[in-house]
Ligand binder design. Structure first.
Ligand code: BES
Ligand code: ZN
Length: 598
């Protein structure tokens, strides 16, 4: 017997599920899903079958002919949750588990009506990556296992359900006042790509294979923001091969969604902070779409190989950005990424094992290990391979890689073997060892520069000496350039400079959250009081962890801002997603009574 994955009880000698049939009733009052999960096995099996679970109340387990299956729930382990061991009678082909989820299931956030745009109906959404699917359904929760699925979800009749699957019809539900939605996902997916959302939802068609879902109050803005999606899909197909998931639909969630986007197949989940009103944040959608190849088709075997998902996807995202908007835009995106990478390296320390691409995560919660390293060090590594092989050869290699490993889950070492087979010598030429197995950023990291980028960085470095950009310069900047300029300013400015910046760049009123949060971070670090009300609003409303971490961190610099942070967290915490709550609390716990050195 051998564990398949440091984050799962699944055992390599035991049966594998091939299909999942889910039937769920959504109970907003009790904040519970009441369900049945039928796991169809690859062949007849007998003996122990270990599943992952967290907080699940398992009521019964039967085979398909109704024979009871003995089961035993192990002790709660902090990272893994509870092992659910079934003892299968000889010849078992299918097990049916009746169960209820916990109101505290980390995969689910249950929103009160006040937390939605409409304010009248509750909302529910899931986020299973990395290892939360086990709190939604009893399953071997490792990406080494893939299954197709079918689901039926019963919800209050004013609401609609969407899943990471194709719609298969809806009709009146089993009880009055309910409606039942059916779904089918014929392609095999890893458990972390299971996804469900329930709310007052409407949709708008965007193209031949895409529509966007959102609350009625946001759906028009969403349709406008993402109107060009078909062009991006078509371009991605040219680069990476056919789009294998039939439809690419999107769901815009309420603002507490803890990520920017999540690549749930056929239904990308997105934060509403992308609705900037000028299409300037569609790079997140491009990223999630790119996961349709890197991640969803070719999947990391477990979280120790997470860079295979995110590094390749960031690289793919920037290749698409270059193809669609030109090299200059791609260079700016690499520069913005470099800034994020430096922040993560600083937070962990350059010699931290968490800055390796191939990580060791036995006993480590993947949510704690999350950072920009797999994204930005990973994408730089892929770009380095591209440069060493030459673009045309590398693009051919990527298409072969996708074709060879489609619908499978692989490790770093399997990738390396394929690289050596198809592009012999490239691994040695770039020195893959330090990139994959050593901390920090190797010295041969590719550099992305342009005259425009250099000019912006130089201009920002002269701000401290009193040189401000002219109105003409500022008018010429697009959102990415504005962001790069802000990122290169000192982290602490005096109040007069803050006031000048805010007025000259109209920062507090920005709809682009990347720019807004960068500004509010500078303002917080500068103890600049006029920005406090907007900071408070953002922190109370928005759960995206990418914004909470820098804001709460910058608020730690001054006694007055620390007090503000504590007050805001006390107010916001009950409505934060559990992940957001944890990030905010962990930042505030590190506050010291003496102000941090500038
Ligand atoms: N798959 C990730 C989100 C994720 C990673 C959730 C790990 C849980 C565990 C998604 O594709 C992502 O990377 N989102 C980014 C988008 C950005 C890199 C363009 C985000 O949310 O900020
Ligand atoms: Zn991603």
């Amino acid at each position: 017997m051998a564990r398949l994955d440091p984050h799962s009880y699944a055992d390599s000698d035991q049966p594998r599920p091939r299909q999942l049939r889910l039937s769920l009733a959504v109970d907003f009052e009790r904040r519970q899903l009441d369900g049945e999960a039928a796991l169809v096995l690859a062949g007849p099996a007998a003996g122990p079958f270990d599943l992952d679970s967290r907080g699940l109340d398992v009521r019964s387990v039967l085979t398909s002919d109704g024979t009871p299956v003995p089961f035993e729930l192990g002790p709660e382990e902090p990272v893994l949750g509870q092992r659910l061991r079934l003892l299968l009678p000889a010849g078992t082909r299918e097990v049916r588990l009746r169960y209820r989820t916990s109101p505290e299931a980390p995969a689910l956030q249950w929103l009160d009506p006040q937390q939605t745009a409409g304010g009248r109906h509750p909302f529910l959404f899931s986020q299973c990556q990395a290892i939360h699917a086990r709190s939604l359904v009893p399953i071997p929760d490792t990406p080494r296992v893939r299954f197709s699925y079918e689901a039926e979800v019963v919800v209050p009749e004013a609401l609609a359900a969407v899943m990471s699957a194709g719609p298969a019809g809806d009709r009146a539900g089993p009880r009055t006042g309910t409606r039942s939605f059916r779904f089918r996902m014929p392609q095999p997916i890893p458990p972390y790509l299971l996804a469900l959302a329930v709310g007052q939802l409407e949709s708008r068609d965007l193209g031949p294979r895409s529509r966007v879902w959102a609350e009625p109050q946001t759906v028009e803005a969403a349709a406008w923001e993402f109107a060009d999606i078909e062009k991006v899909i078509a371009r991605a197909e040219q680069l990476f091969g056919p789009y294998d998931w039939e439809r690419y639909d999107m769901l815009v969630l309420p603002p507490s969604f803890p990520y920017g986007g999540m690549e749930n197949p056929r239904m990308t989940f997105l934060t509403p902070t992308l609705l900037a009103g000028d299409r300037s944040l569609v790079d997140v959608v491009v990223h999630e779409l790119a996961h349709s190849w890197t991640g969803n088709l070719v999947t990391n075997a477990d979280m120790e190989h997470f860079w295979l998902n995110e590094g390749f996807t960031v690289w793919a995202e920037r290749r698409l950005l270059e193809a669609l908007h030109g090299e200059e835009e791609a260079v700016l995106a690499w520069a913005i990424g470099q800034n994020a990478l430096e922040e993560s390296m600083e937070r962990f320390g350059n010699d931290s094992p968490l800055t390796c691409l191939r990580t060791r995560l036995q006993g480590v919660d993947p949510d704690e290990a999350f950072s920009s390293v797999p994204y930005e060090k990973g994408s730089r590594f892929v770009a380095l391979l591209e440069r060493a092989a030459g673009r045309v050869r590398f693009d051919g290699f990527m298409r072969e890689y996708m074709a060879r490993f489609r619908f499978t889950s692989i490790t770093t070492e399997e990738f390396l073997r394929f690289l050596e087979e198809r592009l012999p010598g490239v691994a040695e030429a770039v020195g893959v060892g330090p990139w994959l197995y050593e901390p920090g950023l190797p010295e041969n990291a590719p550099v992305f520069r342009s005259a425009r980028l250099d000019a912006l960085v130089a201009l920002a470095s002269r701000f401290a000496g009193g040189e401000h950009p002219t109105a003409v310069q500022i008018r010429g900047w697009n959102p990415a350039e504005t962001l790069v300029y802000l990122q290169n300013l000192p982290r602490e400015l005096d109040p007069a400079d803050c006031a000048w910046l805010d007025a000259a760049l109209a920062l507090t009123g920005r709809g682009n959250y990347e720019i807004l949060v960068e500004w509010l971070t500078i303002a917080a670090g500068s103890d600049y009081e006029p920005a406090f009300p907007r900071t408070r609003e953002v922190l109370v409303r928005v759960g995206r962890m990418k914004y909470l971490r820098p804001l709460y961190t910058a608020l730690g610099r001054h006694p007055r801002t620390r007090a503000l942070a504590r007050e805001v967290l006390a107010e916001a915490a009950p409505r934060y997603h559990p992940l957001s709550r944890r990030v905010a609390a962990s930042v505030i716990e590190k506050y010291t009574d003496t102000p941090a050195a500038p």
